[in-house]
Design a binder for this molecule. Structure first.
Ligand code: ADP
Ligand code: MG
Length: 682
């Protein structure tokens, strides 16, 4: 039997009832219990009185001097005091509501007390005490503190874990290859588990933790790197046959010269596409860095190679917008571009589906709908996803089941801090657009209070008179699309009243597709001067003549959302502005406004966002792919994470990793992961 096949009932003291309660902590097996690590230690080591500062928590060893004094007060409250000699100092020990200790406080007896030390009064308020003549349980040790609750208490948890160590400690198996333990000076797993629960001293506890953190991060990286390796080895993707000349001819049809960054990234993508293994590439670039054109070139290449391409986006507005821009870019060189969204009529939908199946449509743009059941391609070569954060393993499986294994390019405008890039996206190759197209001026961002609305309106007037256009974004009501819409309607009325002579558009999620389309068309053709909108314009919308972005109640938005919204302007040659209207009360809100005014570099914004929020919250969703680590702390253990990544990449690239007995344990781990079952490891 293995430790992860034995239930906790095998431990003396774990009843059926307690077993149930342990499940709530994710503890089912003996292995789970042994891996239920403490999150800190309580220090019961004996301290020297002279070295203990006022107010500190400490443990002293001493002798009882004189008889205890018991006072009762209130309803059932007691205060017990006693003189104790610590070294050569006579102090007063105070216990609250522990009157039962009175008879044990016998003059001359040794005692160990733990509590808060008040130096000037030579007094300790005792929280724990022990008599060495009855054996010492705690004193002199570091006690593990676990996350507990319900009827499961600290002492019970400690006892059960120690019981498990006693009964099964010898069966703890090594997970890591010896060479890695040697390389990083890590202790064996068995020792690490013993020491993390019962460290002799802080250094030992830390060394044990370091070993286990490495293991956790290494196994995580092993999965990502194995996925990459397997993927590369399979060579069952689409090897696009693309000639460089036709790409160059196409690029020459573009109304601008590609930036050096764009050229470099296009080359990286084309190399992957020509390769018979599946491309899994992340393209990150700040808003406005020109990702769409890069996607268009890749899609063009797929079609030139005799396949079809798909562009997948999160919303219908975006789908329509991209459909229009791809039609402009690709339609001109003879490609058939189609649009597939949920709101097509049945007939239209049938036509599009038939077109895809027969290969009449070269490039399809749409939401998730494009990879769902019932959508068949003649030959899908490339999927580009925009702003989806992640084309999941699941989505890839859906395609595989349909016999398709296209190259995948994931585009994101949320520049991913390095920490997250190698955790959430550790299995992807990354391309980065570092520069924005030439001639772009930095967006000037200002933060104003609500009472300055008049000045903001004046600003709108100035920009419109100069021929430019504005966005006015409504406050965001969390979780309430309905209230957001109401806000937009109210704000629209207010702005229209302020500017009776201007055309004010309104865009929100409750409009029909045709209505949204019409508003966006009118705005992009400068028939509408000011567009009042909810966050539906957050991603992707591209109207280069718009130069002013005003965000109402900006404190309600997160940093990356504010940056995305701001990215709707500054997309042409004109100087652009962003005005944040906010009176934030929270310090965090003020900090966000400050960051926005200090930088318009998305990498910097997201770095500071990560600092403010912490990685768990960064993407706001589970799909981010950032796991909840048991021990590891992404910020503090970043160095370890990098080591683990490098080691895992090196190991999985070695042929003997997939066969040698020494790595059987690790291959087991991979096989047990859903990610690698059947489909990937056979
Ligand atoms: P992103 O999707 O990265 O936010 P887009 O691809 O929408 O950015 O590009 C932003 C704007 O810049 C678009 O209007 C696009 O036509 C334009 N653009 C893209 N590449 C260049 C370039 N190399 N030179 C000039 N303008 C460009
Ligand atoms: Mg875009």
């Amino acid at each position: 039997m293995k430790l992860d096949e034995l239930t906790v009932r095998q431990i003396k003291g774990v009843s059926a009832q307690k077993e149930q309660e342990l499940h709530a902590f994710g503890v089912h097996t003996i292995a789970d219990l042994l891996d239920y690590f403490p999150f800190r230690y309580e220090d019961y080591r004996i301290r020297n009185i002279g070295e203990t500062k006022d107010g500190e928590k400490a443990t002293f060893e001493g002798k009882i001097m004189g008889n205890p004094l018991l006072q009762r007060y209130g309803k059932a409250k007691t205060r017990l005091t006693c003189k104790i000699a610590i070294e050569n100092v006579l102090i007063t020990a105070v216990w609250f509501n522990r009157h039962f200790l009175q008879e044990q406080l016998i003059p001359g007896r040794d005692i160990v007390i733990t509590g808060k030390w008040e130096q000037h009064r030579l007094q300790m308020t005792v929280s724990d005490s022990e008599f060495p003549d009855k054996g010492k349980a705690r004193s002199g040790t570091l006690q593990s503190v676990y996350s507990v609750g319900g009827s499961i208490t600290q002492p019970w948890m400690r006892k059960m874990i120690n019981q498990a160590l006693l009964q099964y400690g010898e069966m703890i198996e090594e997970m890591l290859p010896v060479e890695l333990m040697d390389k990083h000076g890590l202790m064996p797993r068995k020792e690490a588990v013993m020491h993390i629960h019962n460290p002799e001293d802080i250094a030992m506890g830390q060394a044990a933790r370091r070993r286990l953190v490495f293991e956790e991060l290494f196994l995580f990286q092993l999965k990502l790197q194995a996925y990459r390796t397997i993927n590369r080895k399979r060579q069952d993707g689409v090897a696009h046959v693309v000639d460089g000349e036709s790409i160059r001819v196409f690029v020459r049809t573009l109304p601008f010269e590609l930036t050096d960054s764009q050229k470099k990234v296009v080359n990286e993508i084309l190399i992957d596409m020509r390769n018979p293994s599946c491309m899994n590439r992340l393209l990150q670039g700040d808003v406005g860095s020109g990702k769409t054109v890069v996607a268009a070139i890749a899609l063009f290449a797929a079609v030139k190679a005799g396949h079809q391409g798909a562009l997948m986006v999160p919303t219908e507005i975006l789908a329509e917008q991209h459909y229009r821009s791809l039609q402009k870019l690709l339609g001109g060189v003879g490609l058939q571009v189609g649009l597939l969204t949920g709101s097509l009529t049945d007939k239209k939908r049938r036509d599009v589906l038939a077109g895809l199946q027969m290969g009449l449509i070269d490039v399809i743009v749409g939401t998730q709908a494009i990879i769902q059941e019932g959508v068949n391609f003649r030959s899908l070569g490339l999927v580009v996803t925009d702003e989806q954060h992640r084309f999941g393993v699941n989505q890839r499986s859906v395609l595989r089941r349909k016999g398709m294994n296209p190259d995948v390019l994931t585009m994101t405008a949320t520049p991913i801090p390095r920490t997250l890039a190698i955790t959430a996206f550790g299995d992807l190759d990354v391309s980065t657009l570092r520069e924005r197209p030439q001639g772009r001026k930095p967006i000037q961002t200002n933060w104003v209070k609500h009472n300055m609305l008049d000045r903001v309106l004046g600003f709108i007037r100035r920009e419109v008179e100069a021929g430019r256009q504005c966005y006015f974004i409504c406050p965001l009501i969390e979780e309430s699309d309905k209230l957001d819409v109401q806000n937009a309607i109210d704000l629209h009325i207010q702005i229209q009243q302020a500017f009776p002579d201007l055309r004010i558009g309104l865009l929100h999620g409750r409009l029909t597709t045709a209505e949204k389309d019409e508003v966006m068309r009118a705005f992009s053709e400068n028939e509408v001067h000011v567009l009042v909108a909810t966050t539906v314009v957050e991603v992707g919308v591209d109207v280069p003549n718009a130069t002013l972005m005003i965000i109402m109640d900006a404190e309600r938005f997160g940093l990356s959302q504010l940056h995305q919204l701001r990215g709707r302007v500054g997309r042409g040659a004109h100087q652009s502005y962003c005005v944040l209207i906010a009176d934030p009360k929270s310090e965090n809100g003020r900090e966000r406004m400050k960051i926005m005014t200090e930088t318009d570099d998305g990498f910097e914004v997201s770095r500071r966002d990560l600092e403010l929020r912490g990685p768990g919250d960064f993407f706001g969703t589970k799909q981010s792919g950032v796991p909840d680590f048991k021990l590891a702390d992404m910020a503090a253990d970043f160095g370890v994470l990098e080591d683990a990544r490098d080691d895992a990449a090196e190991l999985t690239a070695r042929p003997d990793f997939w066969s040698a007995a020494a790595y059987a344990r690790m291959r087991d781990v991979l096989r047990r992961e859903q990610l690698f079952q059947g489909e990937l490891l056979d």
